[in-house]
Design a protein around this ligand. Structure first.
Ligand code: PMP
Ligand code: GLU
Length: 402
């Protein structure tokens, strides 16, 4: 028989799997095999989905709400999304300006497919969430990286941004508070970017998935809430995964100009159809129901953030910007590069993350996955006891380097 090497498209040969999901899968597999892993890798709240949300899903199953729905989502969910956006951003969206998708990730995928032609440029501030470059490239677009510095609290470098804008610029992605840094953009910077988008004619894709997990007292803000005139330039992405501890339910959404929503619905109709009907009912209950659970989870995240920052701050050579939100810290660990251990040398974020996994069974994500090799990302979306154990081990492992 002729040998068969399963030919694959160039598109997928160039594509790397999500490094955050890969590290998390490895950590979970090690744990299942009995290794005492401290998993500070994935951005997944450890809380259970609140009871009233689960009840809505159970009711949906019992009521036989188990059939195809409208591709862009059920009216009840769209109403709940519109009410959330009105409540938090003061912007009203009509049903044809909203589409529910299978996670914020699919909303982002659909947007890139809908707005990018080959060679179109998308500006991505660095450090970035791991999937942005891949999503742009899958649509034939060209990511353009805007370096941001920890010394400025990872604020946007406006002069560099202005210098990058050209006729091929189709969009910029803003993620505030950010995964992986936890940094939030200032109102002034959001206003400035919205003005640039209007002046030069590009989209702002605002990934607001961490908008309610914010510790600095600032209410949710994005490029359209600070400048409603920029409304037709802004594509709002959000979802229930993080705010309501619903990562497995897979409901996210996009709100923006009806033409873009219609285009993404066309893509969705030919690829995945509607997001899961039962999860849509649950997401509607999450967004429209009591919000006390969100406040409680946020309080826990704030305590964990303070604790992990204090511990990191006590380790020599580790520098960390205080996050304004989300549930990650992103310390600069490069002071340890060049140091040695029994099995070799720590030379970059990958070898440091490997060393921490091998020697201390700590799972974390190397900064290179987010575009900056000096850093390591620790997620603190886990129990404070686990964080304490992780920090004890980290201190010991770093102390073991010479
Ligand atoms: N954006 C950012 C910045 C994220 O961290 C995540 C986490 N997975 C997502 C989007 C997508 O989340 P989901 O698909 O679970 O809604
Ligand atoms: N966004 C989360 C993270 O960065 C979940 C994993 C993923 O979707 O990449 O860890």
């Amino acid at each position: 028989m002729m040998s068969w090497e399963a030919p694959l498209a160039q598109r997928v040969k160039n594509l790397k799997p999500s490094p955050t999901l890969a590290v998390d899968a490895k950590a979970k597999a090690l744990k299942a095999s009995g290794v005492d892993i401290v998993n500070l890798s994935a951005g997944e709240p450890d809380f259970d989905t609140p009871e009233h949300i689960k009840e809505a899903a159970i009711k949906a199953v019992r009521d036989g709400f188990t059939k195809y729905t409208a591709v862009a989502g059920i009216p009840e969910l769209k109403d709940a999304i519109a009410a959330k956006l009105e409540r938090d951003y003061g912007i009203s969206y009509t049903a044809d300006e909203i589409i529910a998708s299978t996670g914020g990730k699919q909303a982002l995928y659909n947007i890139m497919q809908a707005i990018l032609d080959p060679g179109d440029e998308v500006i991505i501030p660095v450090p970035y969430w791991v999937s942005y470059p891949a999503l742009v490239e899958l649509a034939g677009g060209a990511p353009q990286y805007l370096m941001c510095s920890a010394d400025d609290g990872f604020a946007l470098d406006m002069e560099s941004l202005k210098a990058m804008i050209n006729p091929k610029t189709r969009a910029i992605i803003l993620n505030s508070p950010s995964n992986p840094t936890g940094a939030a953009y200032s109102r002034k910077d959001l206003e400035e970017v919205s003005r640039l988008a209007m002046q030069h004619g590009f989209y702002i894709i605002t990934d607001d998935i961490y908008d309610e997990i914010r510790f600095d007292g600032t209410p949710p803000e994005n490029a359209v809430s600070v400048n409603p005139e920029a409304r037709d330039r802004v594509l709002v992405v959000n979802g229930v995964s993080k705010t309501y501890a619903m990562t497995g339910w897979r409901i996210g959404y996009m709100a923006g100009p009806a033409a873009v929503v219609k285009a993404t619905a066309k893509i969705q109709s030919q690829s995945t159809s509607n997001p899961n009907s039962i999860a849509q009912k649950a997401a509607a209950a999450a967004l429209a129901g009591p919000q006390e659970c969100v406040r409680e989870m946020k309080k826990a995240f704030a305590q964990r953030k303070d604790y992990i920052l204090e511990r990191l701050g006590a380790i020599e050579g580790v520098k960390c910007v205080e996050p304004s939100g989300a549930f990650y810290v992103f310390p600069d660990m490069s002071a340890y590069y060049g140091r040695k251990h029994a099995g070799g040398t720590v030379s970059d974020s990958l070898t440091l993350a490997d060393y921490l996994l091998e020697s201390a069974s700590i799972a974390c994500v190397p900064g290179i996955a987010f575009g900056d090799d000096r850093f390591i990302r620790f997620s603190y979306a886990t129990d404070i006891g686990v964080i304490k154990e992780g920090m004890d081990r980290l201190e010991k492992a770093l102390g073991g380097l010479s």
